[in-house]
Ligand binder design. Structure first.
Ligand SMILES: NC(=O)c1ccc[n+]([C@@H]2O[C@H](COP(=O)([O-])OP(=O)(O)OC[C@H]3O[C@@H](n4cnc5c(N)ncnc54)[C@H](O)[C@@H]3O)[C@@H](O)[C@H]2O)c1
Length: 248
């Protein structure tokens, strides 16, 4: 995802110590820095924020009060607010990424939307200026607060996980009765409320982000005490292979 961000903004400084880019001071000349570190799943299903905190602890101290540190990694709603409390001298924003891993360049340069989650006017204006200078106004911008922006990313990926799982069920059923799956999903996908997309043709949650974000979001719903029955079911189904028996 860091590569995709670099592709979009082109003139970038990279700080990635595990990859040999160790010059954190290079970020001091950047008005905006993007945190694109991993957020894997912990054994309890929650999102592991240790990489985010490590990166922010390294970068925030070298930034001035004119610069913005943007969390682009997928993180639980409230993470930017926590960072704002822990690093009160740093401007933060949330800017989740929605690219498809197998269409990285295409999606990086022509994003379906740009979500800007900022809790201050300054952060919002800086990030909007950065995107307008690169993409103009020809993409859809959703400008909101950081909690909502963080929520949007999980809501999108869990919807996609649900779509993939539903597609699998349809595929099993069509094979059982001898209907043509491709024709079914083409016709279904032509409805603008439903849409086409690769999800109809993916064999399970093979993309590593979908199961990870499904796990983390279900765990968040559990901690919030809100309804999670649909996503719990998707979670249970996600590991099931396609035990398809051809129709007689
Ligand atoms: N890959 C995708 O298609 C995609 C799409 C949308 C969102 N995301 C999200 O983006 C985040 C990153 O995913 P990824 O697939 O790019 O991960 P990745 O593992 O490919 O890359 C992460 C990079 O962060 C570097 N890194 C680790 N610790 C660091 C530190 N302290 N300081 C600086 N750099 C550090 C690593 O060396 C690595 O180069 C995750 O939250 C993921 O959910 C990924």
């Amino acid at each position: 995802m860091g590569q995709a961000t670099a592709l979009l903004f082109q003139d970038v400084a990279v700080y990635d110590p595990p990859k040999g880019h160790t010059d954190v001071a290079a970020l001091a000349r950047c008005p905006v820095s993007f945190v694109c570190v991993p957020t894997p799943t912990l054994s309890n299903g929650r999102c592991d924020l240790s990489f985010v905190y490590a990166a922010v602890s390294q970068v925030a101290p070298i930034l001035s009060d004119k610069q913005v540190l943007v969390i682009r990694s997928t993180v639980p709603p409230g993470t930017v607010r926590q960072l704002e409390e822990s690093f009160p001298n740093t401007h933060f924003a949330s800017n989740p990424e929605f690219l498809r891993a197998h269409r990285m360049a295409e999606d990086a340069l022509r994003p379906s939307r740009v979500v800007i989650g900022a809790d201050t006017v300054y952060s919002r204006q800086m990030l909007l200026k950065t995107y307008h200078s690169r993409l103009g106004r020809r993409v859809s911008y959703v400008v909101t607060d950081s909690v909502t922006a963080e929520f949007i990313k999980y809501a999108a990926n869990c919807f996609l996980a649900t779509k993939v799982t539903y597609a699998q069920e349809l595929r099993k059923a069509t094979r059982r009765i001898g209907a043509h799956y491709e024709d079914v999903v083409r016709a279904v996908g032509l409805d603008p409320r439903i849409g086409p997309g690769d999800e109809w043709f993916i064999d399970g949650l093979t993309d590593e982000c979908l199961p990870k974000d499904l796990e983390a979001f279900t765990s968040l719903l559990r901690s919030w005490g809100t309804d999670r029955r649909l996503l719990e079911t998707v979670r249970q189904l996600k590991d099931e292979a396609l035990p398809v028996r051809a129709a007689k």
